[in-house]
Design a protein around this ligand. Sequence first.
Ligand SMILES: [Mg+2]
Length: 198
Amino acid sequence: MENKEKIKIMIDLDETIVSGGYIESLNEYLGTNYKAEDFKDYYISNILPPEENEKYLDYFYKNVNVYDKSHHIPNAIEVIQELNEYYDLYICTAFLDPRKPKESIITTQHKYRWILENLPFISPKKILFTSAKELIMCDVKIDDKVSNLKRGYGKIKLLLSQKHNEKFSEEELASLGILRVNNWLEIRNILIKGELPK
Ligand SMILES: [Mg+2]
């Protein structure tokens, strides 16, 4: 672990550092009480018939900042702050909703502001907005989406467990060079205490 300060880490934002807001917004709009386990799709509003989904997305991009209703993933901020002492950190987050490419720029603004306010120790120069995460040359990548980890650079690829990635077996992940971690304290053990995977 020598030259720790030179090791670059890419950290995803949504469902890795911050979570929530989407289900709350949909429930508020519909007057429903959906829970996380009710959704199988990554895009939760896909639960609606296409026409209603379209109306909801219009409402969503005009009125909602999901980060107003979100919460920090336990220990994420604290561990990232600690990692920042030893590593070169980059926050890398996709902003494109392929269903609404034009409106996606609104999300970028919300994300950028959230990062500045909640991770003030990360230089704005190290905030990356892209869906092409496989192009980012970082030694370590932390994400909750397998598709963001399975291709491209990264000596250590950590998948933070979330409902939507439970379907991937450890064997399947291992074959992709990905290690599952259940929480940020496990990430800390690996990256601060040096309990690196073999
Ligand atoms: Mg994510």
